[in-house]
Design a protein around this ligand. Sequence first.
Ligand code: SAM
Length: 392
Amino acid sequence: MEGENAAMAPLPEAFLHFLEANGLDPSLYTAIDSTPRYIRLKPGCEACIEEVEAEVKCNLENLEWLPGFFSLPPHVQIAGSRAYREGKIYGIDAASGAAVMALEVSPGDHVLDLCAAPGAKLCMILDLLGDSGSVTGVDAARHRLAACRTMLQKYMLGDQCRLFVADGTSFSVIPTRSRSDCESCESGSEERVDVFKEWTSRRPWKERKRAAKTGSPQLMSSSQPPELIYYGHRSGVVGLTKGELFKTLSDDELANHGYDKVLVDAECTHDGSIKHIQKFEHWGWRTFQRRVLDAERTDDLHALQLNLLSNGFRLLKAGGSLVYSTCSLTVAQNEDVVEQFLKENRTAELTEIDAARNWPCKGGCIPKTWRFDPLTSRTSGLFIAKFTKLVI
Ligand SMILES: C[S@@+](CC[C@H](N)C(=O)[O-])C[C@H]1O[C@@H](n2cnc3c(N)ncnc32)[C@H](O)[C@@H]1O
């Protein structure tokens, strides 16, 4: 069977070609099998560390540079542990945690997560948010966003969150601030009928019939309207009319009424992701070649990444911050996208990430950008850049 006994060394020919074409050193991947696993403790569950250690039969090592994160030996499985089932710990790589920390989420922020599923970073944002503010999660893949909704329910994090199946390159729904905060967003003349009530998982009969008729595409395209698949009772949706929820604003209005923080954890070739590489060891490298390395897809991805970044930035308020990350290590999907984006957006400024001073990672090919990789950082691979929207 293809992929059976596939070892990390030597790497398959197709992957080596991909690395060479992208100027990446294959030795980055020699540490994959010894890279630790990471967990994040749910805030308030600090007392359960010993319980987790006893269950997984190893010590949890505190990551000094990333609050709430612990490393475990690579072979340890957490999915069967009681702490995981009970929602006290999350499985999330430390590099992903760093991307969220770079956002510097403050209580009260309205945060947009433009490629949110399956939701490890979204949950961390919600844990950092405190009792006020909101998080809007968007993803083009319905089944992946449905998994994200399940995760919100498991970790009891849904109150201040709403989830839209939508194309992030054209998504336009503004944050739901309190109505008095946003007078210009109000549609005074609109009759307040048909307002959103408390969310229920049971869709009305009419809606189910419509969905059955049209079918449910797996990936949302930019021509389809966003579909709200979940909202918590403190997400700001309850009490709004459809017209208010989906009201769009001009770019000038967005400068005042856009999101405070935006995360664009963009779709990519996943070539830096340990989880993906290990998945393909199992599935077979031919699948990897077809699904990941295909040149045409890589070109499309570059445009998709730039469009996601540009639209995320458009929805940011002036003075707000955006973090762009990918789990690819290629320059084409990272620094090239950043440079092109800066050329096209004069109000965007690449920003220093203060926390990065303590991160075990390397600088990117342009100043103020960062690269995690298994060899340097003992984490999965991740590129991180942060932008501020200038007030002009
Ligand atoms: C790297 S994953 C995001 C991981 C996620 N941030 C997390 O922490 O769990 C990229 C996501 O982008 C989504 N995606 C791909 N194209 C998209 C688009 N045009 N608009 C929005 N999301 C898209 C994919 O479905 C995928 O879930």
